[in-house]
Design a protein around this ligand. Structure first.
Ligand code: ATP
Ligand code: MG
Length: 429
């Protein structure tokens, strides 16, 4: 019996796993610099939390959730996204309170039962940031700027910011009416899901990915023509703040987000370099969500970055944060059985000095030890036999340059500085 990872689920192996971790660290640092603090959220929640917040007639709730039953029959779901969980936690622990600002971020695996393809997995990773409390346009613009500046700084190829306003409860009814009339008249050009959603959630129709539908939707009425004075002012001030900060954006009047809870500002970062799965980060304001989940009337704005898609973009640009350091500084090989304890002592000493090292205890011949050291990715090999033991030394060979030296072992400054030395630029083998 051979086991394989489930479809749409990827193992991350070194060195990709290390680059992935560094990407997550970059995002963590970016959010931290903008005042966000991390919350660790559970991987599963009560299914109703997602149904309630994301909305019944959305891709996620209609077909993508991993549902299961707890032993007591409670209906649970693997989290398909982070905002619902974060808000649930913020309400539960009183971090979403009127008059208070909470800036929180999360990072981790999300689960959606989708058709796997490049940039679309069933287990994928998001990093998301949410600001609960303020309702002013500058907060939206500052959050947007945090990600746009990150994209500029790290040179994400072809990245563009799409911006829209989805209005509020005051302006949507009239828009909804006009949109429904437009869609009803063009039913024959729409897919089955779209036709069904005209009745349940017409705004969601605009988010359809089917090519045939897209043509029809491109000429649909735009919500921006229906904004009430308050929503219009909010949106104009977001745009103005972005202009002043020289953050480029493209007004996209038919941009709606795939989840039900958005109000006012909505935005997505896309890149053509990603092909069909072009969105690498997205978010928006959600003023009614906290209260609809049983919390106080606290507005919020947030976004999520798809780490796999970010990874693909950075990989294409050749700017993945891969480490230049060898994974292991030195591999130590005992030349005889009596030297094993001696090697173990040196391992302890070096690790206490912060130098990564492994013992090649399984290699019984010198040639095999060299092969093992290479495989470990070690920069040096260290050898100790009867002579070294007797003198309290170790013989070090630089696996790149071939240079060899016998130096005192123990916490010797000479050994440590040798192991920490830069590789000379002309040291090609
Ligand atoms: P899409 O339109 O691509 O399905 P979405 O609207 O469902 O995206 P969100 O729920 O807004 O996506 O999630 C935010 C980000 O998470 C997306 O922009 C994308 O980068 C990433 N993402 C979403 N679903 C997946 C997936 N199945 N695999 C990999 N990344 C994903
Ligand atoms: Mg989706």
């Amino acid at each position: 019996m051979k086991y394989q990872a489930p479809r749409g689920v990827k193992d991350l192996l070194p060195p990709e796993s290390e680059a992935f971790r560094r990407l997550e660290d970059e995002i963590r640092e970016t959010f931290t610099l903008s005042g966000f603090r991390e919350v660790r959220l559970p991987i599963f929640e009560s299914a109703a939390l997602f149904t309630r917040s994301i909305g019944e007639s959305t891709d996620i709730v209609e077909k993508e959730m991993y549902l299961f039953e707890g032993k007591g029959g409670e209906k649970l779901a693997l989290r398909p996204e982070g905002t619902a969980s974060l808000l649930r936690a913020a309400i539960e622990h009183r971090l979403a309170e009127p008059g208070r600002t909470s800036r929180l971020f999360y990072q981790g695996a999300m689960f959606r039962h989708e058709r796997p393809q490049a940039g679309r997995l069933r287990q994928f990773h998001q990093a998301g940031a949410e600001v609960l409390g303020p309702n002013d346009p500058d907060t939206d613009a500052d959050l947007i700027a945090t990600v746009s500046r990150y994209a500029q700084r790290t040179g994400i190829p072809g990245s563009r910011l799409l911006l829209n306003s989805m209005g509020c409860e005051a302006c949507r009814p009239e828009y909804r009416k006009q949109l429904v009339a437009y869609l009803e008249a063009r039913k024959s050009n729409l897919c089955e899901t779209c036709i069904r959603r005209i009745g349940t959630n017409p705004l969601r129709v605009l988010d359809c990915k089917v090519e045939g539908c897209q043509k029809t939707l491109n000429a649909a009425p735009a919500i921006t023509s229906f904004l009430c004075p308050a929503s219009r002012e909010h949106f104009e001030r977001v745009c103005q703040a972005l202009n002043e900060g020289e953050i480029p954006y493209i007004l996209s009047p038919r941009l709606v987000r795939g989840l039900d809870y958005y109000t006012e500002t909505a935005f997505e970062w896309v890149s053509d370099a990603l092909g069909a799965q072009s969105t690498w980060a997205a978010g928006g304001r959600y003023n009614g969500l906290v209260s609809s989940l049983g919390g106080p009337d606290v507005p919020g704005v947030g976004l999520a970055i798809g780490i796999e898609r970010l990874y693909l973009l950075r990989e294409q640009a050749g700017t993945l944060p891969l480490s230049a350091e060898p994974p292991v500084t030195i591999a130590l090989h005992p030349l005889d059985d009596d030297s094993r304890a001696y090697i173990r002592t040196i391992l302890t000493t070096l690790r206490a000095e912060g130098i990564s090292c492994v013992g090649l205890f399984g290699a019984n011949r010198l040639k095999k030890a060299f092969v093992s050291a290479e495989r470990e990715g070690a920069r040096f090999i260290g050898l100790a036999g009867e002579n070294e033991r007797g003198n309290g030394t170790i013989t070090i060979k630089d696996l790149k340059t071939g240079a060899q030296k016998t130096v005192p072992a123990g916490s010797s400054a000479e050994l440590i500085s040798l192991l920490r030395s830069e590789i000379p630029a002309d040291s090609a083998r």
